[in-house]
Ligand binder design. Structure first.
Ligand code: MN
Length: 313
């Protein structure tokens, strides 16, 4: 997924998790991605009220819709992309030479490190439903080698009236094979009718929940597809009920200050400028072989000097 905004703003994000349990419903913004029939997505991270949840720094949800998706080659730095489908099929290609179909229940995890480029396109004319997330890499790993991994078999936890597929990180003593660089969790949780589901949580993590389908009550808050429910820290468990598929995101509050612009995560404005210049000059990122069409040009950088600001407004 690429940020296709015409004039993306640069944002400085830093760890400022809310201590203790809270309930904040954060509405997303509607963004249109490329494609002949323009796939519409709802972006709930970064949000004007809160920019990160743990190291999770970007969340687009799309569908269910029959629109196609066609995101031309574009660059990334300093982050991992996490692709997860509920319906449909997407083809990923990247500058490492990877070419991978992803289907529902499978995880595509791309680690940009210092530089990678990729494209994503729907391959069949059918309902497309899924999420695309970014995870900020810590300073110790963000200049590392780029990598791509496809995980077709993820661990499933069935307990306490719920079923959870662990995409990345650890949930209820079950660890995903997907490589994470900070303590985080991403899990798809299914609750089915019962009122007694209890979600085990780490008190040091901050959490947020997005409803992917159906309707649920999460810690007493009614939740349907749309907004992201931010939950803060300080919980060891949480009640869930209803009939829904939910995306649970959590992690230790990310204390490093990051600078996000377009598809780059860096630590300074100058790094972002260099990322953009290298992409536009055809340096560092490498070509995405096999994609029919031109790569995405970077938008213009904002002319105003970046003003540092916190993750929470
Ligand atoms: Mn992307």
């Amino acid at each position: 997924m690429s940020n296709l905004e015409v004039a993306p703003r640069e944002a400085v994000c830093a760890g400022d998790a809310t201590a203790g349990p809270v309930h904040e419903l954060m509405d997303g913004r509607d963004v249109v991605l490329g494609g002949t029939r323009g796939m519409a997505v709802t972006r709930t991270l970064p949000n004007r009220d809160r920019r990160m949840v743990g190291a999770w720094c970007f969340l687009d949800a799309y569908g269910p819709a029959t629109h196609d998706m066609r995101v031309p080659p574009h660059p990334h730095t300093g982050l991992q992309t996490v692709s997860w489908l509920l319906a449909g099929e997407l083809l990923h290609r990247d500058s490492l030479g990877s070419q991978q179909l992803i289907r529902p229940g499978q995880l595509n995890l791309m680690t940009a490190g210092r530089a990678i480029a990729h494209s994503e396109e729907s391959t069949v004319d059918t309902t497309l439903h899924g999420v695309q997330l970014w995870v900020a890499l810590p300073d110790s790993d963000r200049q590392g080698e780029p990598a791509f991994a496809h995980h077709p078999d993820l661990p499933v936890v069935t307990d306490n009236g719920l079923t959870a597929t662990v995409l990345i990180g650890q949930f209820a003593d079950v660890v995903s094979p997907a490589r994470a660089y900070t303590p985080i969790v991403g899990a798809e949780v299914t609750v089915d009718g019962g009122a007694g589901a209890r979600l085990p949580l780490e008190p040091d993590f901050e959490y947020a929940v997005l409803c992917l389908a159906g309707e649920a009550e999460v810690d007493g808050v009614p939740l349907a597809p749309g907004p992201l429910l931010y939950l803060g820290t300080g919980r060891t468990a949480m009640a869930m009920s209803g009939s829904a598929r939910l995306l649970l995101l959590g992690g230790e509050p990310f204390e490093e200050r990051i600078v996000m612009w377009w598809n780059f995560v860096g630590r300074s404005h100058d790094e972002i400028v260099a990322d953009r210049e290298d992409w536009m000059a055809g340096r560092r990122f490498g070509p995405v072989v096999g994609y029919e069409g031109d790569p995405l040009p970077a938008p213009e950088l904002p002319t105003t000097t970046l003003k540092a600001r916190g993750r929470q407004r």
